[in-house]
Design a binder for this molecule. Structure first.
Ligand code: GDP
Length: 513
């Protein structure tokens, strides 16, 4: 695609089953995407487009690959980064959010805000990026629209601004009223898009019209003031209602998305603010995908371009090491297919063939200045396991594999004081499986896990934790940098600890960036 076309790069944040896949497919379809809708995930069809997907993907029928999709709409190239959910929720899901400029929060109107949405929201909040909300499944009997807005405001502490308003829901769904356009998008069984002016409309019964007018008046009186600034810094979310499955309200959403979503923003690397149109090419690796092709054992590093232009074959420097390299093998992704990319620009994601050079968080830059983006926090793990090699004689490979995979960002490593037992931490179960698979296939080491019951990690930022303060429910370990971390079994154990030792300060790790 042309490097002159404006870019908008986003990811969907949602809880499993809210409708992320369905909405993505509809958006791709509307955008006249390179491929038609229905090819987003193999999961739904049980088919895999290519034979070289990771074994785990095949066995479990899920997509480990967080693919990047593109669509062209109203002269804008929209890059959608898939955020794996369900069992494939992992650190990569969080990391993906560091590579986007906008998030779309999909909420199930029946269930309201759910756990995974909150977690992902926190990453977006931390980055201060715009969040657009799509409240889905309007064709079902859901919560009251006003209650849903109140829920967003209370739980996420973010102002809401409805862009459209439902007229009925579930069986009584008549349509959605567009507040800025003063029109009604009529809901019909054929899913044909039908928009009529509100003034002079004849589709609403008197009581429906009255209810709508009442609601709108209430929103005008008690609602928030809309400013683009609030949208851009993420303190106000424009809210759209619709039904992805019925293609209802999706196009209206997309029409507004193009203006509300942020273009690639200037980002800071080593204190230097680099605008996207800078002469200097920079980007950072936000994800490394191993073994997409088991026969070649290759790895793909996903690079978010932050400034300048990418041209295949260009020479760049890996800032961490100062090493120069030519970028000859570059790919764009659409689900499981790869295509070679010749040029790309800020906002785009390219996949780089990697023979072991890259780590998650690495910056690539053209020229000799070792600029470094510090976009990649360490995300607090929620699952822990003690790990050992099945065969003690293989300790050399075991240590080597462990070191490399930890550095690359596959898994987090902690050690117990004194005995230095290895404890690995992950955001999702899948990371353990990927780790196990790669240890076996790349380092020829079979490993054994002893899953732990701990679920929370807190870094000790003030005070000293001694042996006396710990027991089986709270355990002291050190992270990769040697910082003390407490692992707790649950919230209750954490609260008890905090009450008892109020002079010890703990952090979730997010603040340690
Ligand atoms: P994901 O897990 O967030 O990707 O969710 P999916 O897109 O796979 O959707 C989960 C389920 O909800 C599927 O059975 C969808 O058909 C269904 N679904 C998605 N959108 C809607 C909608 O607008 N209305 C209704 N009734 N069901 C929907």
């Amino acid at each position: 695609m042309s490097t002159e076309t404006p870019r908008r790069t986003f990811a969907i944040i949602s809880h499993p089953d809210a409708g992320k896949t369905t909405l993505t497919e509809k958006l791709l379809f509307l955008g006249g995407s390179i491929r038609s809708a229905g090819t987003v995930k193999g999961k739904k069809t049980g088919k895999f487009a290519t034979s070289d997907w990771m074994e785990i993907e095949k066995q479990r029928g899920i997509s480990v690959t967080s693919s990047v999709m593109q669509l062209l709409y109203n002269g804008v190239q929209i890059n959608i980064l898939d955020t794996p959910g369900h069992q494939d929720f992992s650190e990569d899901t969080y990391r993906t959010l560091t590579a986007v400029d906008t998030a779309v929060m999909v909420i199930d109107s029946v269930k309201g805000i759910e756990a995974q949405t909150i977690k992902l929201f926190k990453v977006c909040r931390m980055r201060g990026i715009p969040i657009l909300t799509f409240i889905n499944k309007l064709d079902r009997e859901g919560k009251e629209p006003l209650d849903l807005l109140a829920e967003i405001e209370e739980v996420l502490e973010m102002e809401t601004y409805p862009m459209n308003w439902p007229i009925g829901m579930g069986k009584t769904l008549k349509g959605i009223y567009s507040i800025p356009d003063n029109t009604i998008e009529v809901f019909n069984e054929t899913h044909e898009r039908e928009i009529i002016p509100f003034d002079g409309q004849k589709v609403l019964a008197d009581y429906e019209k009255e209810k709508l007018e009442e609601d709108i008046m209430l929103l005008e009186e008690a609602g928030n003031e809309f400013t683009m600034e609030k949208v851009r810094n993420g303190s106000l979310t424009p809210v759209f209602f619709g039904s992805a499955l019925s293609s209802f309200g999706v196009q209206s959403f997309l029409d507004h998305f193009v203006t509300l979503a942020a273009e690639p923003q200037p980002r800071k690397a080593s204190g230097v603010l680099l605008p996207p149109d800078s002469e200097v090419f920079t980007g950072f690796v936000f994800k490394i995908q191993a073994n997409m092709n088991p026969h070649h054992r290759d790895r793909i590093a996903f690079l978010r371009i932050c400034s300048g232009k990418f041209e295949r074959g260009m020479e760049v420097m890996l800032s961490r090491t100062g090493k120069k390299m030519k970028l000859n093998q570059s790919h764009s992704f659409f689900a499981s297919d790869r295509e070679t990319v010749e040029t790309a620009m800020a906002g785009d994601i390219i996949g780089l063939y990697d023979s072991g050079n890259f780590q998650v968080g690495d910056t690539l830059v053209i020229g000799n200045e070792r600029l470094i983006y510090e976009e990649m926090p360490q995300f607090p793990p929620e699952k822990f396991a003690k790990v050992t090699a099945k065969n003690a004689l293989k300790h050399k490979q075991y240590h080597k594999g462990m070191e490399q995979l930890v550095q690359e960002g596959t898994i987090q490593l902690y050690k117990t004081p004194f005995f230095e037992d290895f404890i690995i931490g992950a955001v999702g179960e899948l990371q353990f499986q990927v780790f196990e698979y790669r240890m076996k296939n790349e380092y020829n080491v079979e490993i054994e896990f002893h899953h732990m019951t701990h679920e929370l990690a807190r870094w000790v930022t003030k005070g000293e934790v001694t042996d006396k303060m710990t027991d089986s429910r709270k355990m002291l370990v050190n992270d990769q940098q040697g910082r003390p971390v407490l692992l707790f079994e649950n919230d209750f154990a954490l609260r008890m600890f905090q009450e008892k030792y109020s002079d010890i300060e703990l952090s979730t790790g997010w603040e340690l960036l």
